[in-house]
Each structure stands twice: as structure tokens, then as C-alpha cells.
Design a binder for this molecule. Structure first.
Ligand code: MRU
Length: 347
């Protein structure tokens, strides 16, 4: 699989995911503003990948600061971090990565600026590498939940392209295949950006994992016909009670899974869990332009002037979630108690 994002000399390049699968093109970021633009415009997307991009963006920003004074550097870095955090609101990994980079700058108070710049670049590379390692661990934990032969439904793209590599939900699927299980995947197309059709199907086909794409509104029917054994999705933010924000449409998949007695799993790293908010009601939900609903690439399908709403994430209440798969293990209800336990241990 081609890397989602990487350093190249003194710039960062990322696969332009808006163009996949038709074209594999690199989007070059020479400064932190290029990275903000890339996140805002969906060149790179997926919660953990956005976190990695934000970290690399701030390292790029750091490199461009022209001062030898620590205080001057810190003021400028704070401004860049504040701008980066606003790029997209829902995925908490973005804030997590910005905070990690900012605390590195704080902890190096008084050190030469050149040293801080070097450390920021190294830290961003470490965040990328850790993410891949975390996904592999999550995969090993999650694959145990997959029967020897299984048809798995997933929504959106929570694969290599949405992370540093390997994927969260697709990481569980990859690990199940690596463990010798006979897995086939049903991928929701995922309107309006078609991450399921364009990205999930592309990734799985590259790995020769059987995949069938369905229209989003076909999921319930397939569940009722017993064609799906389990659901696994990623997450953009998980509240302290387990309520989970993920790509719009996830909520209805979870409700349908419950109605049909099918387990619904969420695979996400601990960096996606936001213990500062008690429930999903506090998760900010991004709302993008209604144009994205009416237009596919340059083709307009709606009547001119039609009003369209485009909330791009929804919140699945934790009562619909069978388990949350993390790098620290599989967490089962009651989520409020179990998540607190995991975070107490992690400290
Ligand atoms: O709008 P996107 O494409 O950034 O939304 C992505 C998702 O909702 C993913 O399911 C989520 O970020 C998990 S990615 C491992």
C-alpha cells in the first residue's frame, strides 16, 4: 500500500485522496498552511491520518520560524497550533496531536530553537510510526472477535488511508485475514464523499481481500437476509460514556445491526477517546457545504438552487455498541466504568 503521508526532504507529501482511485497523485505541503488546506479540503481525511498530518504540519511550521529566541518561537508556534486545531472540528485526534506537539515545545523551554525544530520533526515521524504500530495491536485484539468465516460490513474508510497505515476497522479485517480467517467485506459506498466505494474498495482490492460495495441504503436489507455476520467501523471521537461519532450513516447502521442481532464493533486508538466530555451530546459535528450532496466531482445532480444539509458525522449512542476495540484491549459495556479504568491504568 502506498504511504498515506510522509516526509520528503523538507516538505511533507500526502496522497490526494480526493482523486483516488482514478489518479494516484501526491499533494505537496511546503508550509503549515498547506497542511491546514489539505485537511479542510479532504486531501487527507480519517481521524488518525488528520492527527499525523497536523503533527507534520506543525513541524513544517516550526521549520519556517525565523527567530533564535525561545519565547519568540513559542509565541509563533502557539499561533500555528491554534490555526491547525480549527481545520476540522470532529476528529479529536487533531487536537490530541496538536497538544502533543505543543507540550514538546513547552518541555524544551530555553533549549536552542534549532534543536526544538529538529525534535518537532522527529516527534511527528514518531506519531506516524506509533500509529501504525497501534493499528497492528488493535488488529490483533480485534481479529479474535471475527469468526473463522465471516461477512463483515464497514462504513466509510477506516483503513490505511485514514491512518498512518494498516487501518483501524480495516486493520481488524486485515489481521483476521492474516490469522487465516475467510473474510469477505461489504463496504457501504458512504455518500456524499464515497469513501467506501473510492477508498475502502480500492485498499481491499489491492490486498486481494474480497469486497462488495453496496449503496448505503442497502445495509438493512442485507442484514435482514443474514448476509452480514458483524459490523466494524472506525471512530472520530468517543466520549467518556462510549458514545461514538463517526461518518454520517454509522448511527443507522448500528441501529439496524441491533435490530437484526448483529454485533456492532468500533475500532479506534485511545487517542480517539475524549475523556473530557461525558457524552456524545458534547461532540462538535462538522457540517459541510450542501453542494457536496448535490454534486459529484464537477457534475451537478440536484436542481439549481436546491437546499441541501450536509452533517458529515453522527453520534451512535453507546447502547448500540457491542465493544470498542483499542490497542489496550477490547472494551465492553459498561463503557463509562471500563473506559475510566483503561485511562487510569494508562497514566
Ligand atoms: O470525513 P472523513 O473521511 O474524515 O471521515 C472519516 C471517518 O469517519 C472514519 O470512519 C474515521 O475517521 C475513522 S478512520 C480510522
Amino acid at each position: 500500500m502506498i504511504p498515506t503521508i510522509e516526509w520528503q526532504d523538507n516538505h511533507v507529501r500526502m496522497i490526494d485522496q480526493r482523486k483516488l482511485p482514478c489518479k494516484v497523485e501526491w499533494f505537496i505541503c511546503r508550509g503549515y498552511k498547506d497542511v491546514i488546506r489539505a485537511i479542510e479540503t479532504m486531501v487527507i481525511r480519517g481521524a488518525p491520518a488528520i492527527g499525523v498530518a497536523a503533527a507534520m504540519g506543525l513541524a513544517l511550521g516550526g521549520l519556517s520560524v525565523r527567530t533564535a529566541s525561545y519565547d519568540g518561537f513559542r509565541v509563533r508556534f502557539r499561533e500555528m497550533a491554534a490555526a491547525m486545531i480549527k481545520a476540522r472540528p470532529t476528529a479529536v485526534n487533531l487536537r490530541w496531536a496538536v497538544e502533543r506537539m505543543s507540550s514538546l515545545v513547552r518541555n524544551m523551554a530555553g533549549k536552542p530553537v534549532a534543536e526544538i525544530k529538529q525534535a518537532l520533526r522527529q516527534e511527528s515521524q514518531m506519531i506516524l510510526e506509533e500509529d501504525i504500530e497501534i493499528n497492528r495491536r488493535m488488529g490483533r485484539n480485534g481479529q479474535k472477535l471475527v469468526p473463522k468465516k465471516a461477512s463483515i460490513l464497514t462504513h466509510c474508510n477506516a483503513g490505511s488511508l485514514a491512518t498512518g497505515g494498516y487501518g483501524t476497522a480495516l486493520g481488524v479485517i486485515r489481521a483476521a485475514v492474516e490469522a487465516g480467517k475467510k473474510v469477505s467485506v461489504i463496504a457501504d459506498e458512504t455518500r456524499p464523499w464515497l469513501q467506501g466505494l473510492r477508498l475502502t474498495a480500492f485498499e481491499l482490492m489491492e490486498d486481494s481481500i474480497p469486497v462488495t460495495v453496496i449503496a448505503d441504503n442497502a445495509a438493512g436489507s442485507l442484514m435482514r437476509r443474514k448476509e452480514i455476520d458483524l459490523v466494524v467501523t472506525g471512530a472520530d471521537r468517543i466520549a467518556a460514556n462510549g458514545d461514538t461519532a463517526n461518518k454520517i450513516g454509522t448511527y443507522q447502521v448500528a441501529v439496524l445491526a441491533r435490530e437484526n442481532g448483529i454485533p456492532f464493533y468500533v475500532a479506534a486508538p485511545l487517542s480517539t477517546i475524549d475523556m473530557s466530555i461525558p457524552s456524545g451530546d458534547q461532540i462538535p459535528i462538522e457540517e459541510r457545504s450542501g453542494e457536496e450532496i448535490c454534486r459529484i466531482r464537477s457534475n451537478m445532480f440536484g436542481p439549481s438552487g436546491v437546499i441541501a444539509r450536509n452533517p458529515v458525522f453522527d453520534v451512535t449512542p453507546s447502547r448500540y455498541i457491542t465493544a470498542i476495540i483499542t490497542e489496550a484491549g477490547v472494551i465492553r459495556p459498561p463503557f463509562k466504568r471500563e473506559l475510566h479504568k483503561i485511562f487510569r491504568k494508562a497514566k
